[in-house]
Design a protein around this ligand. Structure first.
Ligand code: SF4
Length: 282
């Protein structure tokens, strides 16, 4: 198959987004006190997830009979929790942005090279934060501060930057959380030189397209060569991600593309050339 045929083949792959449905949703008593947390439960329940109300704020019930089963239990579970006060104190995240802001931690996808496996402790359950108003309310203190874009003569035009995908792929769980939409709207109405940014391997951008984002959000779509798809289980196809990028750009978002990691797949030169040409043709 030549490059042109591969591009056409990729376009034919475009389908409606696949949305993750957690098998179980654990919710802590503290998370239940937040309207945002209860909204997440409602959305998960409407998708058919089992809802388990915990009696304490510790996550329990994830262990299986063996390591493999414990892993499966965690990867099929969503936990609705409250971000601790420590999480509300933002950390610098050079060189990508001034500050890291976590709306969630963990990801339902199964990318074999994902750095989260080595960065997050405990079972790989996807934790989403119910106290979103507190998280968004904490950001104002950081505007105008930071050592990456805020202080760089070359990058100052980007404003104070807040990165939301350090420990999760926020778009992959957005149909359950609504947190990204709320954050985008928050930045959209924030009359200051600030910017929210996130990277994604998902494509369900429809709920974000009508938000008054004020061009203060940048979405970077992470793509790879088609033969690398087998290493990115649970994500949207590359063609779907590129379609999503086009939709986001048409909705006025700042968009970008990351082609990484570069892998030595068969015929890698042509495979990566297809990705590059396909990205340009959107
Ligand atoms: S989509 Fe991103 S965050 Fe999720 S498993 Fe893959 S590389 Fe990790």
């Amino acid at each position: 198959m030549n490059v042109s045929e591969s591009i056409l083949d990729n376009r034919r792959e475009s389908i409606a987004p696949k949305l993750w449905r957690p098998k179980r949703v654990l919710v802590t008593p503290a998370a239940l006190e937040w309207e945002h947390g209860r909204g997440i439960l409602e959305r998960a329940a409407s998708m058919g997830s089992e809802i388990v109300e915990l009696t304490s704020n510790r996550l329990v019930g994830l262990a299986g009979d063996n390591e493999r089963q414990s892993y499966v239990n965690a990867k099929t579970t969503l936990a609705v929790v409250v971000a601790s006060p420590g999480k509300l104190r933002l950390q610098p995240i050079p060189p990508s942005a001034d500050w890291r802001v976590d709306l969630a931690e963990g990801c339902p996808a199964h990318c074999q090279y994902c750095y989260l496996a080595g960065s997050l402790s405990g079972p790989p359950v996807t934790r989403v934060y119910a106290n979103l108003p507190e998280i968004l309310g904490s950001l104002a203190d950081y505007a105008g501060r930071g050592a990456v874009t805020s202080r760089s003569v070359d990058r100052m035009h980007e404003g104070t930057t807040f990165e939301a995908s350090c420990y999760t792929d926020p778009l992959g769980i957005e149909h359950l959380t609504g947190s990204l939409a709320a954050a985008i709207a928050h930045f959209g109405s924030w009359q200051a030189p600030v910017q929210l940014r996130f990277t994604t391997k998902y494509d369900a951008v429809q709920p974000l397209l009508g938000i008054a984002h004020g061009r203060r959000t940048r979405i970077r779509f992470s793509v790879n060569a088609k033969p690398a798809a087998r290493f990115e289980g649970g994500t949207a196809s590359v063609a779907a991600r590129l379609n999503a990028m086009r939709l986001a750009a048409l909705a006025g978002y700042r968009v970008g593309l990351t082609i990484a990691p570069i892998m030595p797949v068969e015929n890698w030169r042509e495979a990566y050339l297809v990705v590059r040409e396909e990205s340009r043709s959107r």
